[in-house]
Design a binder for this molecule. Structure first.
Ligand SMILES: [Zn+2]
Length: 78
């Protein structure tokens, strides 16, 4: 398991996600952004839109995904 924060993933807060793979971390962040925006948290709206754009343009977003995967791989396991 490794930990990345909302901020590590382009979001505005320091909520920590723990997961066994980078993909799971990205999914957890996606869920967190959706729930935050749904509950009226405007500070997460820009990150939510960016994440939505990534799902719609996966090829253009490869750099972002690879960056997250690299950052995840470099983290110490805990
Ligand atoms: Zn957050």
């Amino acid at each position: 398991m490794k930990t990345m924060t909302c901020q590590d993933l382009g979001g505005p807060c320091e909520l920590e996600h723990r997961a066994a793979t980078a993909d799971e971390i990205i999914k957890a962040q996606d869920k967190h952004l959706r729930e935050a925006v749904k509950s009226g948290d405007e500070t997460h709206a820009a990150a939510r839109d960016a994440m939505k754009g990534r799902w719609m343009h996966p090829k253009k977003s490869l750099d972002w995904y690879n960056g997250v995967k690299r950052a995840y791989a470099d983290l110490p396991a805990s």
